[in-house]
Design a binder for this molecule. Structure first.
Ligand code: HEC
Ligand code: HEC
Length: 438
């Protein structure tokens, strides 16, 4: 099996990975004793699969017919930064996903109206992922966007108030895109199926028609937020310039000075380890350095009293979600929702498994792991070098859950060069356009 698959083939790739991760070794780059910058033709082909130059546009999204609509993306951008769409006008998506910090917040666990259980992931690259959240409990960016709006710890606005405020502030844009705006003057109270007891009661007392009208506005806002996130672009990082230069010159000896001016010898050494001996590329692969799969790597349990079951509980939440690709709010026909149709719903390997995060810009987005348990890249590498067996609830899960990594036996210099390599994946923040100049 080849590791170097273009991202378009990721579906097949993910299936194969799921079946055969254990025992699968990454085809190491050929080691060079004498010249750090010497690569074979096969190495170059392999490395190219990691370059941003190989990244296709975000995959088709049949559940959102506005996915590539620029006007929807512009509306989504306004919504993303609008504090007025939260309780007390205090928080927006950008409070936690700060563009200047690669759409993260630098915190171990996100904070807004409350403190979240998990840490804020970057949004750069999220448009390519079939699942959203660390446990993949959402199957699209539009459905994901509806979560934080109503979440009591995040933006904490009930669905009805959200729909009303949105139409007040963005009525013209909304009408231009989605057609008529409903008259929402009748529902007077805060009403939402996910709020506190009073909000739920109010929601249940609304007419079916009102509930559907509110849901329609809510869903369309999610679709606009998704369209915005699909426009976010990653400029090439030093790593990409290195690989592109290597591909252009096919590793000719004369080009070595150019290569050496882009990546240092230690960074190249770290790249070889990452792709080979340290096996990182078996999960962190493709131009976004992720297979978008779920794995248990035994990251230290942040709260042993309340073990995070990761994907295991994520699939259950997903199966009960009212806004999936298979729902009435989706623009897709049921046969187009392949991810949901082939969803793996159970199995010991889901316990404590989290979505492989992108490593793009990772050096700038500490702390690390699903709850920010590890402070810096040195701690991450120490973890991979000597992993500790994961915690799990023996009564609930008598079968030992899958543990997807093995000790690496790297020395300190090797770990430091992998960390140095990871820093070459940082794209420069485009001052003038906050990742999308429209
Ligand atoms: C309180 C801070 C906070 C706010 C506000 C917030 N998020 Fe998040 N976001 C998070 C956290 C924390 C996670 C991960 C939660 C988890 O996995 O359980 C997350 C996850 C995501 C993801 C999934 C990314 C991935 O790779 O899995 C997307 C997309 C996202 N948020 C977009 C948004 C949008 C759009 C908004 C506004 C409507 C928003 N967020 C508001 C903190 C926040
Ligand atoms: C078996 C698949 C797998 C392998 C192999 C693997 N990773 Fe990971 N990596 C993951 C998953 C899954 C997470 C998230 C785990 C969590 O949050 O509990 C992760 C998280 C990370 C993070 C934290 C990123 C963030 O934004 O929080 C870094 C850094 C990282 N890995 C680097 C590496 C390096 C370096 C190697 C090789 C030494 C490696 N990984 C090997 C799957 C893998």
């Amino acid at each position: 099996m080849r590791l170097s698959v273009p991202i378009i083939q990721l579906k097949l790739f993910r299936i194969l990975t799921a079946i055969a991760l254990t025992g699968w070794q990454c085809p190491a780059l050929s080691a060079s004793e004498t010249d750090a910058y010497a690569f074979t033709a096969a190495d170059i082909v392999f490395l190219k699969t990691f370059s941003l130059s190989s990244l296709p546009p975000p995959p088709l999204a049949p559940s959102n017919s506005y996915a590539n609509n620029i006007r929807a993306a512009k509306l989504g951008k306004s919504l993303f930064f609008d504090l007025g769409l939260s309780k007390g006008e205090k928080f927006s998506c950008a409070s936690c996903h700060q563009p200047q910090q690669y759409f993260t917040d630098g915190l171990a666990r996100a904070r807004a109206h409350g403190t979240a259980r998990r840490s804020t992931p970057t949004l750069l690259g999220a448009a390519w992922s079939p699942w959203q959240y660390w446990d993949g409990r959402k199957d699209s960016l539009w459905s994901q966007a509806l979560g934080p709006i109503e979440h009591p710890g995040e933006m904490a606005l009930d669905r009805t108030s959200f729909a009303k405020i949105l139409l007040q502030r963005y009525g013209d844009e909304y009408r231009g895109l989605f057609g008529n705006t409903p008259d929402l003057s009748a529902p007077q109270k805060q009403a939402s199926p996910l709020g506190d007891a009073a909000a739920i009661e109010n929601w249940e007392s609304l007419s079916d028609r009102s509930r559907r009208q509110i849901n329609r506005v809510f869903v369309n806002a999610g679709k606009a937020l998704m369209a915005y996130q699909r426009q976010l672009r990653l400029p090439r990082a030093r790593f990409d310039r290195f690989v592109d230069s290597l591909a252009r010159t096919q590793g000719e000896k004369d080009a070595r000075t150019e290569l050496a001016s882009i990546l240092s010898q230690a960074e190249v050494e770290g790249m070889r380890l990452f792709m080979g001996k340290a096996n990182c590329a078996s999960c962190h692969n493709g131009p976004l350095f992720t297979n978008f799969e779920f794995h248990n790597i035994g990251a230290p349990e942040p709260d042993p009293e309340r073990v995070d079951l990761g994907r295991y509980s994520g699939v259950q939440t997903l199966a009960a979600d009212e806004f999936t690709c298979l729902s009435e709010w989706s623009d897709a026909g049921p046969t187009q929702c392949e991810e949901m149709r082939f969803l793996k719903r159970a199995g010991a390997e889901l316990v404590g498994a989290f979505k492989t995060p992108t490593l793009r810009n990772v050096a700038a987005t500490a702390p690390y792991m699903q709850a920010g348990q590890l402070d810096d890249l040195a701690a991450v590498l120490n973890h991979y070098n000597v992993p500790k067996p994961p915690l799990y609830d023996r009564e609930q899960h008598p079968n030992r859950p899958h543990f997807d990594i093995l000790p690496l036996k790297l020395d300190d210099t090797e770990m430091a060069s992998i960390a140095a390599f990871l820093a070459t994946l940082t794209s420069h923040y485009p001052e003038d356009d906050i990742w999308w100049n429209q």
